[in-house]
Each structure stands twice: as structure tokens, then as C-alpha cells.
Design a protein around this ligand. Structure first.
Ligand code: ADP
Ligand code: MG
Length: 260
């Protein structure tokens, strides 16, 4: 599914959180949103999930104005994993992931629904947690449950807001590996707000870099995540190191020394 942000601006009262944002994501494409805290990543994702309405501009899903699509249909089309999620204390992992099937269930839960839920639990490597209550899990485990819920939803568009922030290194890579593979296999689009520039570099087709609510740069990871742009946007010096395994962005402490 193609999603287009067309000149989107968002105000919170007088505060302008996003200004004239335009970009699009095609079927099967993975696009990362990067930028420092407060640059507008979550606000952008919430607009695309139809949680916020842009103050100006429009969002289109396959050329349809998203504000004209019913919430029920949006729930079938879009799998959103928020940055801060609230969970139901008294529901189990299984029940939480089953919620992902809700937009599809017409009368009662079918064996097919249960199979999809089981696959999502397996994909996230959390089948053994199925019977546990949500408040018995670690932050990282909860995050995986919410991603599994989004997978079970089988949406056309995934919106993940910092989905790996509570995970350790191995699980960060695992989650991105699996979700990007599934997105490609199913031809779903994936928009993902990421702090980790290495993950953004290595898992996305394109990167949209925000600064102060505006697009600073967008394009291929190698064109956007340059040491110059990173310095400009994050005020951090980095080295870009290439190896047989890909490109690695390494923050460096220069202590004011200039490059030799
Ligand atoms: P990011 O996800 O990149 O950290 P956000 O989209 O959360 O950025 O925030 C962008 C800007 O909008 C920030 O300046 C933030 O303080 C402000 N903001 C976010 N949510 C609200 C809100 N509900 N009310 C008022 N201001 C908000
Ligand atoms: Mg955020």
C-alpha cells in the first residue's frame, strides 16, 4: 500500500511540531524516520495512524484521503505500535496478540485466527510466554508482544514508533530482521521511527531525517546518514566505517580536535 504525506503541518496549540512534511512510501518499502528527541517522529507516525489530524496538509492511503476512511478500515489496514503503550494488566500475552485479529473477526474467533496468532508469537520468539500476564513481562518482552499483535493484524502498512528501544542488541537486530523480512514478503510498507542510526542505515530502503519538525534530508541511507548531516542535525561527530558487513556509523569524541 502506498502512503503519502502531502505538506503536513501539525500544531499543538501554538507550538508547531511539524511543518510542511511531504514524503511517500510504496508497497514493500521500508522507510526510517530519524531525528533527535522532539523532532516530530512520533507526531508524524500518529498522523499516519489517524490518531492526530494534521492541522494542515493531507495523508493519502492508496490515493484515498485517510480522514475519509473509517476507523474500522484503518484498523485493518494499519498496524501501529506506539512508543509508549498502555497495556491491560489482566490480559495474557495470547489475549493481547489476539487483539490484533479484532478488526478481522466478524462473528467468533476462527482456527485461522488462532493459527495467525501462533505464527506471530513464533516469529517474535515468544510462544513460551503465551500464558503469562502482561505485567509479568520485561519491557523488551512487552515490546515484542506489541509487535506480534501488529503482525497478527496482517496490515498493509506497519507504523512502528521506536519499536526496539527496550530491547538488547541481539533482539533489536532480530526484531528488525524479522519485521523487514515479513514486510518484504507480504509487500507491506513499513515506517519506523528509529534512534539507532546503524539500524536505520542497514534496514531501510530510504531515510527521512527530521530536525525541529521539518525534513532536513530524505533519500537513500547512504545519502542521508552522512557524517555532515548527522553533525548538523544531532551535533555529534561520527565516522562512517565500511566493512564486509555493511556501513557502520560510529560516534566519536573529538574533544575539539579537528580531523587530521
Ligand atoms: P519525537 O518523537 O521526534 O521525539 P514528538 O513528535 O514526540 O517528537 O514531538 C515533537 C514536538 O511536539 C516536541 O516539541 C514535543 O514537545 C511536542 N509535543 C508532542 N506531543 C505533544 C502534545 N501532546 N502536546 C503538546 N506538545 C507536544
Ligand atoms: Mg517519539
Amino acid at each position: 500500500m502506498k502512503i503519502i504525506a502531502d505538506n503536513v503541518s501539525v500544531y499543538y496549540g501554538k507550538h508547531k511540531a511539524l511543518e510542511d512534511i511531504s514524503f511517500d512510501v510504496s508497497s514493500g518499502e521500508i522507510v526510517s524516520l530519524v531525528g533527535p528527541n522532539g523532532s516530530g517522529k512520533s507526531t508524524m507516525i500518529k498522523c499516519m495512524a489517524q490518531i492526530h489530524k494534521p492541522s494542515k496538509g493531507k495523508i493519502y492511503l492508496d490515493d484515498r484521503d485517510i480522514s475519509k476512511i473509517s476507523l474500522k478500515e484503518v484498523a485493518r489496514l494499519i498496524g501501529y505500535v506506539p512508543q509508549n503503550f498502555h497495556y491491560l494488566f489482566f490480559s495474557t500475552v495470547m489475549e493481547t496478540v489476539l487483539l490484533g485479529r479484532k478488526p478481522h473477526i466478524t462473528w467468533s474467533i476462527s482456527p485461522r485466527d488462532l493459527e495467525i496468532v501462533q505464527n506471530a508469537l513464533n516469529d517474535m520468539g515468544i510462544s513460551d510466554l503465551a500464558g503469562k500476564f502482561m505485567d509479568q513481562l520485561s519491557g523488551g518482552q512487552k515490546q515484542k508482544v506489541h509487535i506480534a499483535r501488529a503482525l497478527a493484524q496482517e496490515p498493509k502498512l506497519f507504523l512502528f514508533d521506536e519499536p526496539t528501544s527496550n530491547l538488547d542488541l541481539k533482539h533489536q537486530m532480530e526484531v528488525l530482521e524479522i519485521t523487514s523480512r515479513l514486510a518484504k514478503e507480504e509487500g507491506s510498507s513499513l515506517i519506523i521511527a528509529l534512534h539507532d542510526l546503524n539500524l536505520a542505515f542497514n534496514y531501510s530502503d530510504r531515510v527521512v531525517m527530521l530536525r525541529g519538525g521539518k525534513i532536513f534530508a530524505q533519500g537513500k541511507p547512504g545519502d542521508v546518514l552522512t557524517p555532515e548531516n548527522i553533525k548538523e542535525v544531532y551535533d555529534v561527530d561520527t565516522l562512517q566505517i565500511k566493512s564486509d558487513y555493511g556501513t557502520h556509523i560510529v560516534p566519536i569524541k573529538t574533544n575539539g580536535r579537528q580531523k587530521a
